[in-house]
Design a protein around this ligand. Structure first.
Ligand SMILES: [Zn+2]
Length: 252
């Protein structure tokens, strides 16, 4: 197993054999956040370092805020699987993967301890500064793999990260009545919604048909940016939040 010096000075190195070379990418330009989704941190940590699992991440953040580094940042860790963002399908080559110890949906979505979130923020700030990674390219696994993945989950405190300069965020619009679009709907407004999701980076079809895939992408969007209600229905609050996020982009 390759030993290496930690890229994040506060990390302990605990090498995983599960990595390769980044393909046609000299340095990462995204950070992907995950929860481990296993009953204990120790079991997840062990799994990410076993050859037979064929999964890994660059970093592992324990509940108490300790950080372990499993794969050197110049290597390609195996954390994102089949994923997509802004035209790019090899998210593993483009990203630094961070696994956050948390039992996730199977464990009833336990809260992330404050010490753990402080460590995630310090780690992401350090990675983003060293590689000049834009805030809007700090994303959840569910953003790059909608339908298939739901981590780090709707309890993940994206707002606290944004207040510390990590990630892209706008205050979600209040949920109220008004027009909405859902599965089975079709027409130009559905196509406009899909085009906005795709412009932000999501792998959304732009067909004018509100299909299952579209509902799954809307759910992924809500899980990250409008977590109060995750139902795959494009209500006025969801659409307004998406609008304002797009306008808040540096090139928006
Ligand atoms: Zn994940």
């Amino acid at each position: 197993m390759t030993q290496f010096l930690p890229d994040f000075a506060q990390a302990d190195v605990a090498a995983s054999p599960n990595f390769g070379d980044r393909k046609d990418v000299s340095r990462p330009d995204m950070i992907i956040l995950h929860y481990t989704g296993m009953p204990t941190a120790a079991a997840a940590f062990d799994w990410l370092r076993r050859p037979e699992s064929e999964v890994s991440s660059h970093y592992f953040v324990w509940e108490d805020g300790r950080v372990s580094q499993l794969v050197a940042e110049d290597k390609r860790a195996w954390h994102a699987g089949k994923s997509f963002w802004k035209g790019e399908a090899d998210i593993n080559s483009h990203s630094v993967g961070v696994e956050i110890a948390n039992a996730g949906h199977p464990g009833g979505l336990p809260a992330f301890p404050a010490a753990q979130i402080e460590a995630v923020i310090a780690l992401c700030r350090d990675i983003a500064a060293r590689h000049d990674i834009a805030p809007e390219r700090v994303l959840g696994h569910s953003d790059v793999a909608p339908v298939r993945k739901v981590d780090p989950g709707e309890k993940f405190p994206w707002e606290a990260l944004a207040e510390a300069g990590v990630g892209h965020h706008v205050e979600p619009a209040v949920i109220s009545g008004g027009r909405f679009f859902q599965r089975g709907d079709a027409g130009p407004p559905v196509e406009a919604l899909q085009a906005m999701l795709a412009l932000y980076g999501y792998h959304a079809p732009v067909s004018g048909e509100f299909c299952d895939r579209t509902a799954g992408v809307v759910e992924a969007f809500q899980r990250h940016f409008r977590p109060e209600r995750i139902d795959g229905v494009a209500d006025a609050s969801t659409i307004d939040t998406l609008h304002r996020l797009l306008r808040a982009l540096p090139d928006g």
